[in-house]
Design a protein around this ligand. Structure first.
Ligand code: PNS
Length: 183
């Protein structure tokens, strides 16, 4: 990185790190990234490698989906990291951690995480963006549950993610069930 203010390297401009599991990426995440690009020159989507969470998609699969979606957006980079987020951020020239907030129910978890990260690195701030109203009910967890049970998640995740979910869950072709008194 060029000498000077943190996060303002000559090559990168103002950089935000957007960390998460992204298992898988949803339009809720994408909405946060797109709005953050109005503020930052680069957004790095940083996928946490945490096997304890027993992800549906491997880190490579998650990275591949993110990279495929943002392939024509050079201001968005994708990466993965192991260990503490603050250690990963310190290796980059990011000035801020970016997180989305959907509802007040997210707040406590996010508040704890941001406070812990700030206690580990007092120079590091977390910036929260409210998720757009169209996606406030969308989470990777509910997307996986709905997709596993054969429900439609089109419009909530990119088409390439819809396809990957269908492959993962080997979804059968659904037939209409006839319900009547003779059943
Ligand atoms: O999308 P998620 O699962 O809510 O993201 C959580 C994530 C990955 C941002 C968080 O678990 C994280 O930062 N993990 C890395 C390990 C770490 O630094 N833990 C201490 C933060 S309190």
């Amino acid at each position: 990185m060029e000498k000077g203010k943190k996060g303002e390297g000559k090559d990168m401009g103002k950089v935000a790190i957007y960390p998460g599991s992204f298992d898988p990426i949803t339009y809720g995440h994408i909405d946060v990234v797109e709005r953050a690009l109005e503020i930052f020159d680069k957004v790095i989507i940083a996928i946490a490698e945490n096997e304890e969470k027993r992800p549906l998609f491997s880190v490579e699969e998650r990275l591949q989906m993110v990279k495929a979606f943002f392939k024509d957006t050079p201001k968005v980079l994708a990466d993965s990291f192991k260990g503490l987020l603050v250690d990963y951020v310190a290796k980059t020239n990011a000035i801020v951690i970016l997180r989305g907030l959907r509802a007040t129910s997210d707040f406590e978890y996010e508040f704890h995480m941001a406070s812990m990260n700030r206690s580990l690195n007092t120079h590091l701030d977390t910036l929260f963006m409210m998720t757009s109203k169209d996606y406030f009910f969308v989470s990777s967890r509910t997307i996986k549950e709905v997709a596993r049970l054969g429900g439609g998640v089109e419009g909530l995740v990119p088409d390439l993610v819809v396809r990957r979910l269908k492959e993962k869950f080997k979804l059968p072709v659904t037939k209409k069930k006839q319900i009547g008194w003779d059943d």
